[in-house]
Design a protein around this ligand. Structure first.
Ligand SMILES: [Zn+2]
Length: 164
């Protein structure tokens, strides 16, 4: 746990999950677990994320955030938990930080709440057994595996997500 005024979770050095004190106070246990699952997702895209940050490639950074949401949804579902808790947690944290600190300087490297909600609905449909993840154009242009298939790539995204 770290002493920060903002509500935040972050994966440090691919190994340590940092959770700020306000995040612990703000989020309930399931939201905290869901957001931790998102941070675990960052481990899968660590190198790509750093490359995108060096290039200041905001679009790619946004896509990678959504990929982390997708990984979190798969993890949560595999644990028998509700993936929608992630968005609920993100909403709480965003509201908390905006009310106190205004919009963050890195906000343009993050998908909007609306984009995350829309993508979460697509992921949910996929997890429920649809063949295709369709709606989120640039992120999910490809065909997704049917449930139970071997792991493969989602669209042009260079990350393998295990099947639910
Ligand atoms: Zn993230």
């Amino acid at each position: 746990m770290i002493d920060l005024p903002q509500a935040a979770l972050a994966l440090h050095a691919r190994a340590l999950l940092l959770i700020s004190a306000p995040a612990v106070a703000l989020l309930n246990a399931t939201e905290l677990q869901a957001m931790a699952a998102h941070e675990i997702g960052h481990e899968y895209v660590w190198i790509e994320w750093n490359r995108a940050r060096q290039r200041a490639d905001r679009e790619r950074l946004k896509e990678l955030e959504l990929i982390c949401d997708a990984i979190a949804a798969v993890i949560l579902r595999q644990l028998g938990m509700d993936p929608s808790k992630l968005i609920e947690g993100v909403e709480k944290v965003t509201r908390f930080n905006r009310e106190r600190f205004g919009s963050a300087t890195h906000e343009n490297s993050y998908p909007t709440l609306g984009e995350r909600r829309a993508f979460a609905r697509e992921i949910d449909r996929w997890l429920r057994g649809s063949y295709h993840l369709t709606a989120y154009g640039r992120v999910a242009t490809g065909t997704l595996p049917k449930r139970g298939c071997r792991p493969r790539r989602i669209g042009r995204i260079g990350v393998t997500i295990p099947p639910p």
